[in-house]
Each structure stands twice: as C-alpha cells, then as structure tokens.
Design a protein around this ligand. Structure first.
Ligand SMILES: [Zn+2]
Length: 420
C-alpha cells in the first residue's frame, strides 16, 4: 500500500522528524519506507491512498482501559470514588461473558474512530476481550483481572491459562487490580507467575489518599514500596495512576524500570488527584483513559490535551508537559510501556500501525506546527483513516466493522441489564 501526497508526516522516530509533503510505503503488515513524496516513484502498486490535506502519524496507544465498561458509560456520574465504585461493582456483578464481548467490541469501534491502534485492557472475561480484539483488527495487551474478592473466576489459575493465548495482535499479561483489593498472597503469586512466564504485570497503584492510608495501616509502608517488597516492581510492571507517590517511591520506580500510565481525565472526574508527572524523570510515562465509566469516552486527543494542561494549572507553570512530550506519551512511550517496540513510530521495519488526520478544518487552520494542533486543537473526530498491522480499519470515516449492528446490540444489552 502506498500513501502519497501527505501534507506532513509526524514520524515520532528517534530524530522526531516532521516530513513535509511525504509518502509512506507499506508491504503486508510492515512499513517499508517513509520519506519525501518523490519516493512513491520507486514503488509499483495499484493500492494507493491519496492523503492530500492529511497529516500521518503513528496510531495512538492507549496504555490503560477497561474496554467492556462502555456498557456502564453514563450510568453513574458525579459521586465520590467509594460510592461510585460500590454502585458500579453491584451493576458489574450482573455482566455475562457475551455482554463483555459486545462492550469490548463497541470500545474497539470507538477506538478505531479516534485513531487508536493499540490498547491495554484489564477486566473480567478476558477471553471475550481477546475475541473482540481479533474481530476488530486492533492490537492489544489483555490482562485478566486478578481480584478474587469481586469474582471467583478472577483468580491466578485462570490467569495462568490465559497467558497461553498469545496471538499475532494480542499479548497476554497479568492484571492484579490493586494493593488494597488483592491479598498479599495473591500478589506474591502474581510476582512468581510473571517471573516464570516472563510477562508484564498491569496494576493500579496510589490512586487515592485513602488507599495509601489503608496500605500504610495494613503493611506499615507506602503502596509502591509494598509492591517492591512482594517482588512486583520490575521493568515489566505497568503502574496505573501513581498519583499519591512520594519522591522516594518515584526514585524506586525509576531504579526498577517500572512504567507509569497517566489517566488525567478519569483522575479529574473522580477527584482522585494529579499525578506528579513533571517529577517523573527517567521513567517511561504513557497515557490511558481508564474505563469509559470514569471518563466517559476513549478519545486520546482529549487525553493528550488534558495531560498537557493539568500540570500547568496544578503547578502554575505553563512550561510543564509541552505538546511534544504529550504526543510522545500517547505514541512511542505507550509502545515502550507495553513492550511493543515495533510500534509507536513511523520507521522502516516497524509495524504498519498509522492514522491519517484530515487537517482541512477551520479549527486546524492555519498550520504552523502539526504537533501543536495534534495536542491542542484536534479531536478524535478529525481522524480520517485508521490502519493497524497493515489493514485498513476505517477509511474516510467509514468502518470495516458493522457499526450500526454493534451499537444496536449494546443498546439491547443495556435494556436487559436494567431488568436483571
Ligand atoms: Zn483502571
């Protein structure tokens, strides 16, 4: 596939090249060439996209979500975290595996529409999520939730079985919910299994002040230090939120090579706090949205803008988290966080995960700097084309999936859930 006449290519390669008037050549699922428009003359193919007026960039990487929670989008809002969680857990207890398949498929559809090509999920019924990812054409890390107190199937034995289900586009990992919801024995079991199978661990940590208080009372230490004490802090650990972390814990995270996922909108909505991202030097920080019940959409453009703004106001310093860093968090840092090092930038040899954004819009005119527009002016609806693993999943905003059928099915599930 040849994509030519691209207005700008935002490569996110090590030199962070911006190529004006560019072209990209893709063969099977790989990028073969990225350069000035003239390179198109080298390649003979009938499979051509004319990207006039478009900006090409790597597909966005959402490093944390709970995709089936689209089913609870807008069901409850504006409550304190504990009250919100209790209502949500009661509702979630009614979910059947098939519901999670359709909830996840709807999330995939939404992510395709917003230019996301890879996401990292943690939830109940991981086999259903895997099925939805396979059907959608996206790439994902899927972590079975380990949280036996909420669902007896969310145990280590089932998680171990799921680790065998690696596919070309799905990487299994382990998803212990958090230090305050899993027992110490469960967490030690996760650490041992992760080491045995050499897989990633994906967990929430230090989301609220109350959680830190609970862990201190129970174990006499802060949550990140506690994770380290049970062997759960390694370079394959993905820590979500990390809001109430001390400077000592930040140093410990940097030393171990663990990664952090920042979810600014969900943190604002639940009034959890602001993660000290500006202090997280020498740590790979990426961006997630958390579940669609606490956001309430999966748009990574909104999330990038929030990540760039929240630290400025919180520290009264407009120089913090500049647009180029927000874009790194949503692309190349997402790839590093998930260990998917052949994604996250547009370079020869990398996977063909890319998007085209239509810049022929009033809110994207005039164009001085495409990175500024991508972070501060674009929204998910500006994405025209989404390509993952060399396959077109949306073109001219038309989906390959049957969007009408999926949305109708989710409305039916909603009606049924309210009666259960
Ligand atoms: Zn979460």
């Amino acid at each position: 596939m040849l994509i030519k006449n691209i207005r700008y290519i935002v490569t996110m390669d090590p030199q962070r090249r911006l190529i004006k008037d560019g072209a990209i050549f893709i063969e099977d699922n790989k990028i073969i060439d990225v350069g000035k428009n003239e390179i198109y003359k080298k390649y003979k193919t009938d499979d051509v996209i004319d990207a006039k007026g478009m900006v090409a960039m790597p597909g966005l990487i959402k490093a944390h979500t709970h995709s089936p929670m689209t089913l609870m989008r807008g069901y409850i809002d504006d409550l304190p975290l504990i009250e919100w969680l209790q209502k949500l857990w009661t509702f979630e207890a009614k979910l059947k595996p098939e519901d999670c398949y359709y909830g996840s498929l709807l999330a995939c559809l939404e992510m395709i529409s917003f230019g996301i090509t890879t996401f990292s999920d943690m939830y109940l019924y991981p086999n259903e999520i895997l099925k939805a990812v396979e059907k959608s054409g996206l790439r994902a890390m899927v972590s079975p939730l380990i949280f036996e107190k909420i669902n007896k199937d969310c145990n280590l034995r089932n998680a171990r079985k799921f680790l065998k289900k690696k596919t070309e586009r799905v990487t299994p990992a382990l998803g212990p919910h958090a230090t305050y919801t899993c027992s110490k024995e469960e967490l030690i079991g996760v650490a041992n299994l992760a080491e045995e199978k050499d897989v990633f661990i994906h967990t929430h940590v230090s989301e609220t002040q109350n959680e830190v208080k609970q862990i201190k009372e129970k174990y006499g230490t802060n949550p990140v230090e506690f994770l380290n004490s049970v062997g759960l802090l390694t370079d394959k650990t993905i820590l979500v939120h990390a809001i109430w972390v001390t400077d000592k814990e930040i140093k410990l995270i940097a030393k171990t090579g663990a990664k952090i996922v920042h979810c600014p909108i969900a943190n604002m909505k639940l009034a959890s706090g602001v993660a000290p991202v500006h202090k997280m030097k020498n740590i790979t920080v990426s961006i997630g949205s958390d579940g669609p019940s606490s956001n309430n959409n999966l748009d990574m453009f909104e999330e990038m803008k929030a990540a760039a703004l929240i630290h400025k106001i919180n520290n009264l310093d407009p120089t913090l988290i500049p647009s180029n860093y927000a874009l790194e968090m949503a692309t190349i840092n997402g790839a590093k966080t998930l260990g998917l090092n052949d994604t996250g930038s547009l370079e020869p040899g990398k996977k063909a995960d890319l998007i085209l954004i239509d810049f022929r819009k009033p809110h994207l005119t005039p164009l001085y700097n495409p990175v500024s527009h991508l972070v501060y002016s674009c929204n998910g609806g500006d994405v025209d084309t989404t390509i993952c693993n060399g396959e077109i999943l949306m073109k001219n905003r038309k989906f390959v999936l049957d969007a009408g059928k999926i949305m109708k099915k989710v409305e039916e599930i909603k009606e049924d859930l309210l009666k259960r």
